[in-house]
Design a protein around this ligand. Structure first.
Ligand SMILES: O=P(O)(O)OC[C@H]1O[C@H](OP(=O)(O)OP(=O)(O)O)[C@H](O)[C@@H]1O
Ligand SMILES: NC(=O)CC[C@H](N)C(=O)O
Ligand code: SF4
Ligand SMILES: [Mg+2]
Length: 488
């Protein structure tokens, strides 16, 4: 069997998966409890497992558990096992390596100079190549996650001080990473040179806070200070905060899909409110591909802000024609194929009174495999709609993500092998339109996409990857089989 355990995993089901959330607090008596709250606010970024590592000035403690933050970290006994004024945490949705406990973060290592815990959002694109090289030199990997590579690069660095070793390690990794790490004396935060994944700095009284998104600052009442810059390493100690910029300056390529789908609408990235951007995408979409209709209906939850923007710009009333069941867990187990095909009905149901006899425009953020749209169009028709038009708040998803978002492989992306009219007939919509790539850029405040130097990562819509994909290009070569069976 070919092993691609160190390559991003292809999602087995029909939805886009989240990525990960990271959080850290330095200098607060309730560091672990605040971290649990921060992770709870970031729960949308990963639901497989959660973990917290804390340091009390003498020792580290760590708790890692499968499932949601609230399943474990609301228990006083668990928080009591995480003493200290410093803590970091992680919500995981795996992109490299299975979902088993040995891959759950934060990862912890004992170096000659002391303990080190690290939490990673993103995905490394050369982790497998580095892993092979490190193993040949004697490194013993405990997991199959890309993140562990960073630990071995630090351990085997020729530099002396931990910070120099850390910088040496991040200079060798490629791809996307927002990291939060804890050493004996410091909390580190860092973003890859292109700043693909988000990371913000906040302050709560005297304590420093790092978080994937501003909504995690809000939950604990911390003030937003600023976004960590692409390629920046922040070093937080009892003496204060310092920054290093160990990379050559390059243009930022933040993930544009964070604005479309991943980030929480109440978060801001680089001063742009995610909710406002989503509404603007809807407005652009209405201008680009408006159609006479009676009602604008979002596919909840992720389609809601774009549908509001579409309705405002088109002057057509917005209404909730589809109701979502919030108790369907994101990892709901559908035991048989027949039941699996009913999947969307478990989550969405038509609100007949709003749809009957109406010309309906459905607004969703994206089409990945087409499963959701096909089922929703059918459901809306069965509820008596006269016409069903689908409008999508992102360009067609033609390519997989290698930077921390678990998309299916390219061949499973409907837009990789169908034209828009073919997709329209596949999902049985009366019409289908996607926002243009320039329309999307306008919605985030740019005049248009700069083809020579794109302002964002938009590779899943353009195939224009901002970094080399070394492991992917190398995938035909010898693979390292995981020796230990693990949950996938
Ligand atoms: O074309 P498909 O393969 O069906 O995938 C596309 C759907 O997946 C996502 O929603 P999801 O159901 O993941 O979650 P949400 O509730 O956050 O919108 C996205 O918002 C689309 O609705
Ligand atoms: N989605 C993510 O950001 C995952 C982080 C890391 N690549 C892992 O698989 O654990
Ligand atoms: S490929 Fe798409 S989802 Fe992945 S980082 Fe780039 S824009 Fe974001
Ligand atoms: Mg959705």
């Amino acid at each position: 069997m070919d092993d691609f355990s160190m390559l991003p995993m292809a999602a087995d089901d029909d939805r886009l998966h989240e990525e990960c959330g990271v959080f850290g607090v330095f200098g607060h008596d309730d560091a672990a409890a605040l971290t649990a709250l921060g992770l709870h606010a970031l729960q949308h970024r990963g639901q497989e497992a959660a973990g917290i590592a804390a340091h009390d000035g003498r020792r580290f403690s760590i708790e890692r558990h499968a499932g949601l933050v609230g399943d474990t970290f609301t228990r006083k006994a668990v928080i009591d096992r995480l003493p200290g004024r410093r803590a970091i945490g992680h919500n995981r949705y795996s992109t490299t390596g299975g979902a088993g406990m040995r891959n759950v973060q934060p990862m912890f290592a004992e170096f000659a100079g002391g303990g080190f815990a690290v939490a990673h959002n993103g995905n490394l694109t050369n982790a497998m190549i580095l892993k092979r090289e490190l193993q040949r030199r004697g490194s013993l990997f405990q997991s199959t996650s890309d993140t562990e590579t960073i630990i071995h690069l630090i351990a085997t660095s020729n530099h002396g001080q931990l910070l120099d070793r850390f910088v040496d390690a991040i200079r060798r990794i490629e791809g996307a990473y927002s990291l939060v790490a804890l050493s004996e004396k410091k909390m580190l935060g860092c973003r890859d040179p292109l700043g693909v994944r988000p990371l913000v700095l906040g302050k709560l009284d005297e304590a420093w806070v790092l978080a994937s998104e501003t909504c995690a600052l809000d939950i604990i009442g911390a003030n937003y200070v600023r976004d960590i810059k692409p390629g920046e390493v922040v070093i937080i100690t009892d003496e204060g905060i310092e920054s290093l910029f160990p990379f050559e300056k390059s243009r930022s390529r933040f993930c544009i899909f964070e604005y479309v789908y991943f980030a929480r609408p109440d978060s801001s990235v680089d001063g742009r409110g995610v909710y406002a951007v989503r509404k603007q995408i809807g407005a652009e979409l209405a201008r680009e591909s408006g159609i006479p209709a009676d009602v604008i209906v979002p596919v909840p939850d992720s389609g809601v802000p774009a549908a509001i923007g579409y309705a405002e710009a088109s002057g057509i009333p917005f209404d909730l024609g589809i109701i979502r069941n919030h108790y369907v867990g994101r990892t709901f187990i559908e035991p048989t194929d027949a039941i699996r095909h009913m999947g969307v009905k478990l989550k969405h149901n038509a609100n007949m009174g709003v749809l009957k006899g109406k010309r309906v425009v459905l607004v969703d953020d994206s089409i990945v495999r087409g499963t959701t749209s096909m089922k929703i169009v059918q459901m809306v028709r069965e509820a008596g709609a006269a016409e069903v038009h689908m409008r999508i708040a992102s360009p067609p998803t033609t390519d997989s993500c290698f930077y921390g978002v678990d998309t299916p492989e390219k061949s499973k992306l409907i837009a990789s092998h169908m034209t828009i009219p073919e997709m329209a007939s596949y999902i049985k919509a009366d019409s289908l339109a996607f926002i243009s790539i320039d329309g999307l850029y306008r919605a985030v405040g740019e005049a248009k996409r700069n083809g020579d130097a794109p302002q964002f990562c938009d590779a899943c819509f353009t195939g224009d990857y901002p970094t080399r994909l070394a492991d992917y290009e190398d995938r035909g070569k010898v693979q390292t089989l995981p020796r230990l069976a693990e949950a996938s």
